[in-house]
Design a protein around this ligand. Structure first.
Ligand code: HEC
Ligand code: HEC
Ligand code: HEC
Ligand code: HEC
Length: 247
């Protein structure tokens, strides 16, 4: 009994610290209460062995990826580099137009792949249905394949980190909050080789990060406890929007 008491006394501050930081356990991404997850937390998304590695993740990914094409928000009359016309007017995004992290999210959130479609040891899971169906989250969590009513993401949604454009089209995070955003630059070539910006500089991974789902969201809920939406920067007073849109 005494040792149990000691354990609780020792563990309480640790637990409190964990909750204060925010965690995947107990968050909207903790599906361990549900049979389809094999009652595991990490398993629907990660696997220690035989992960899906198609060159996009490096995240020991377990969940079956979507093959859907998406409608992009808005119609571009010029390409991101203002030089090529590669994507001009094209509002369809293939999987390759998405950044790798957004593909991971959309493997559940575009509503085309069942939640229980992931690698597992025993292969005996019950059918999980797709996101937004009964018992599998709110209907609004299913973004669908029409992303034209969602904030731009993917390799075409980019900001120039080193120059915070002023005026209406100010897109880059303010220097003061830049570190809070997940700068997203992995995966395949985000811009056509040889692309130049308006100033004639090369556009590369490093100075033109893509906007990804993980730019704004922390999938493990690790940064902002108690913030609805697993956000990296609070949405109170629209702070997250004002961080990039200098208005
Ligand atoms: C709902 C899906 C999901 C669940 C559940 C999940 N992860 Fe992740 N995890 C991701 C995604 C997506 C990324 C990539 C995020 C990024 O690059 O910003 C990631 C990245 C990681 C990484 C590498 C980079 C980082 O952000 O730390 C580790 C390690 C990791 N997860 C461990 C875990 C563990 C351990 C668990 C279980 C306690 C877990 N994850 C649960 C989706 C998930
Ligand atoms: C294994 C499937 C799966 C993956 C992968 C996944 N999610 Fe989710 N996500 C869900 C489900 C199911 C919910 C629960 C929805 C609900 O309860 O309304 C959810 C909820 C959310 C919510 C709402 C949280 C809230 O507070 O209401 C956000 C935001 C979210 N996910 C973002 C992401 C992002 C960003 C990624 C990728 C980095 C991702 N998800 C990857 C299945 C997934
Ligand atoms: C520019 C920032 C930004 C990007 C990029 C972004 N989100 Fe969100 N997302 C938000 C904010 C802000 C909310 C609202 C949180 C709140 O309730 O205040 C939100 C809410 C959500 C919700 C909860 C919706 C609901 O009502 O249940 C889901 C699910 C979600 N996002 C998934 C995604 C996925 C998947 C991606 C990538 C395709 C993505 N988000 C990209 C900022 C973003
Ligand atoms: C990390 C930086 C970042 C954050 C945070 C951010 N945005 Fe954006 N936003 C961008 C970029 C970059 C674009 C341009 C994407 C493109 O090239 O198509 C954009 C585009 C837009 C557009 C214009 C779409 C169009 O039709 O051209 C609107 C409106 C917008 N964002 C609103 C928001 C709102 C509302 C929030 C907060 C929920 C938000 N943004 C948060 C970077 C950001």
């Amino acid at each position: 009994m005494r040792s149990l008491f000691k354990f609780i006394a020792a563990a309480t501050p640790m637990l409190a610290a964990c909750f204060a930081l925010g965690e995947v356990a107990g968050s909207k991404h903790d599906f361990s209460a549900q049979g389809w997850s094999d009652n595991a937390i990490c398993k629907p998304c990660h696997t220690p062995h035989n992960a899906i590695e198609t060159g996009i993740t490096g995240r020991l990914w377990a969940h079956t990826l979507s093959t859907a094409e998406y409608n992009y928000h808005g119609t571009r009359s010029t390409s991101v580099d203002n030089t090529t016309t590669l994507d001009a007017g094209d509002t369809i995004l293939t999987q390759n137009d998405m950044d790798g992290a957004s593909r991971l999210c959309l493997s559940c959130h575009d509503g085309t792949v069942a939640l229980d479609s992931f690698m597992g040891k025993d292969q005996s899971r019950v059918t999980g249905g797709t996101i937004g169906t009964a018992g599998h989250g709110s209907p609004t969590a299913n973004l669908g394949t029409d992303l034209s009513n969602d904030h731009p993401v993917g390799f075409r949604a980019q900001y120039k980190e080193n120059t915070q454009h002023g005026g209406h089209y100010g897109y880059a995070p303010f220097a003061s909050v830049q570190a809070k955003f997940r700068k997203f630059a992995w995966s395949t070539t985000p811009v056509p080789a040889g692309s130049k910006d308006q100033d004639g500089n090369d556009i590369t991974y490093t100075n033109w990060p893509s906007i990804s789902c993980v730019t704004c969201h922390d999938v493990h809920n690790g940064t902002l406890p108690d913030e609805p939406g697993l956000l990296r920067v609070t949405n109170t007073g629209s702070e997250i929007c004002l961080s990039c849109h200098h208005k």
